[in-house]
Design a binder for this molecule. Sequence first.
Ligand SMILES: [Zn+2]
Length: 89
Amino acid sequence: MPKIISKKADHHCRRMTAAFSEYLDKDLRKQLCRKLEIHLTGCSDCRMYFDTLKRTVTLYRSLEQETLPKDTEKRLFATIKLARSKGKK
Ligand SMILES: [Zn+2]
């Protein structure tokens, strides 16, 4: 029944998730890494996203591809959104 999606939190998480792939490439500055880690400990949505992304990146790396296609990233985020709407009743 609650159809209210916290736009503020979503926006915040979007900024976080945008940095995840860079984080996985170890290209982020240390301070931002800390921020990400702190956010991850407090945000289960992002943790789930990060975990999925990490696994996908690992998979891609094992296939010897360096970057994650933008399309895959988009699909991942859509999956998380779906999981969120299903999980919250
Ligand atoms: Zn988050």
